[in-house]
Design a binder for this molecule. Sequence first.
Ligand SMILES: NC(=O)c1ccc[n+]([C@@H]2O[C@H](COP(=O)([O-])OP(=O)(O)OC[C@H]3O[C@@H](n4cnc5c(N)ncnc54)[C@H](O)[C@@H]3O)[C@@H](O)[C@H]2O)c1
Length: 372
Amino acid sequence: MSETTRIKIKHEIGQYECLIGGELISNAAEHLKAIEAAGPIGIISNNTVNELYGTLLRDSLQAAGFVTRTILIPEGEAYKNLATVEQVMDALIAQGMERTGTIVTLGGGVTTDLGGFVAAILFRGIKLVHIPTTLLSMVDAAVGGKTGVNHKSGKNLIGSFYQPDLVLMDVHSLASLDERDRISGYAEMFKMGAVCDLDYFNFLTENMHELLASEPNDKLIQAISKSCELKAEVVEADEKEAGLRRILNFGHTLGHAIEAKLGYGKIRHGEAVILGMYGAGWLSNQAGDLPDAEWQVLADNLRHIPLKTPPGELDPAEIEAITHLDKKVAHSELHWVLLSKLGQHDIRSGIPTVMVRLAVEAINKAWQGREA
Ligand SMILES: NC(=O)c1ccc[n+]([C@@H]2O[C@H](COP(=O)([O-])OP(=O)(O)OC[C@H]3O[C@@H](n4cnc5c(N)ncnc54)[C@H](O)[C@@H]3O)[C@@H](O)[C@H]2O)c1
């Protein structure tokens, strides 16, 4: 496999690096020393990931003299909430965490979002290193500084922008990932190509099977690196989501509504985004400027992704109503991220309710009768 790729991400008050390659967990101490991280190191993870990679990480850190504390959070999106944040902070404080210490998140997007939020508020902010272990968290959640948790009335309603000091993406950790989580991560890369880079979109669709394979390979490193580079460009231009960064929500307005309706745990975030991109693509064609031929390419490629959990019949009125709970509603108006072309975004508001319901009908039709 190729050498480690390094991508620099600049932000308001500095910059950090994302390292993408192999053996990054077993060499974590070396990379933490390079950013002058100090102990105690509060490792935030869950049982599954801790069993798989916790010892590898602790061995590296402890051999280099770091004092570590490991806090395990319950598994799943349902626990990405303020109650878990409080439990993690209670445990860290009880175990002697200090202002000068470092939080290391080890896990998927739930862990990086929640652990990042803890780092943002504990002692008014402490050093943060993300070690994302799902494809989705590598290409999306761990990069860009959005941290937070869910509220009972909607996803990610509580949080802050808090940039990590380092992100280590060890592709070897992806070997143990469930197939549905690979597909979920692929969906976020697909989104990136669809909204901002046609060449990347073509690369992803042409190499889908290799990118979904369980063995980490050079094409996967290339795809993760490109996704991070594109995300870096977007967040550098608009760190706090005042404008351009909204394009990263392509497929997410309907996706979040579908996820909320079907229940976190039943559908993966990226799986819901696949359906959401289909609906947003349909709207781009019917209510926007996306030409028929390009809509067909988008639709065919989305239907081609081997979704393991067909959504069943979605109620258009219900899904449309849930979109209004989404935090992207500004002054009661939803901003829809659509496409004017493949690889080119088009933000629109004032999409009629009836069109949104029809977009949900289009999703139903596309996945009707499909089995895993
Ligand atoms: N902050 C952001 O910008 C941003 C962007 C996109 C998504 N997100 C958030 O990310 C979350 C979804 O992330 P996710 O899909 O990684 O979910 P997740 O964190 O729940 O991980 C999915 C599953 O994979 C397991 N797992 C993790 N790494 C593994 C590995 N290497 N091998 C085997 N199993 C492993 C986890 O224990 C979990 O069961 C959502 O909460 C979403 O809101 C945040």
